[in-house]
Design a protein around this ligand. Sequence first.
Ligand code: KIV
Ligand code: NA
Length: 277
Amino acid sequence: RKMLSVTDFRKMKKEGSKIAMVTAYDYPAAKLSEKAGADMLLVGDSLGMVVLGYESTIPVTIEDMLHHTKAVTRGAPNTFVVTDMPFLSYHGNIDTTMKNAARLMQEGLCRALKLEGGAEIASTVSALVKAGIPIVGHIGLTPQAVHQLGGYRVQGKDTAQAEKLLSDAVSLEQAGAFAVVLEMVPEELAQWISSRISIPTIGIGAGRYCDGQVLVYHDLLQYASPLKPKFVKSYAELGQHVTEAVHSYVTEVKAGQFPAEEHVFHLNETVSADLKH
Ligand code: KIV
Ligand code: NA
């Protein structure tokens, strides 16, 4: 199927067809998610937590994002890939921000970048958009600010916070962002924001009325993800399958049951190739 573009995502919002996004951090996840029909892949800095084992996304570097983005774009050559700009890689002077963005685009070969923040980063978003880079905003719970927010908690519950989030979404749209992620906000607020801007909203823990949804790959597969927040639905129990499979292997090795006759080579045996894929 053909690669979708920012124009398609805008059209999908207009037509009311939902955008399905999932995170991916490596070649197999990208390949399988493309095959599964995901509209958009996100190389989220959540990789710091779900694949690198950090306690937050703060330790994640540009080098980490590049390493994983390269694998994802190789695995999903026909899918629109968005990459997160990691902690403090877009808060210094604009030259440094541009250099970091250039590396992710030129070496990572992704199609768009995502930045956390609202009105306060609008001028940065605007500069990146003017340089030709499609940008996704991210407001509500912004994990790079976890220590300021006092934990991973629902955002925008009072009127003042809700109005601030709406004005942030409007600022991002005006700055030229083509989509905005709404993370952990009440459904009513996400619905309100979605109706007030013309760019698609992609929700995570933001209810049913966003223009699209995103989930973390390891969460939806229950693949050793550290947390299971209320907004996650498990579509598989991969962690359990992996544990059972590796345990069977370990048990068979110890019992001398693996390898068996069909797995071994013999002298004087003629085989067309020693390795079969
Ligand atoms: O890093 C990530 O996975 C994200 C999504 C949760 C939106 O930013
Ligand atoms: Na992220």
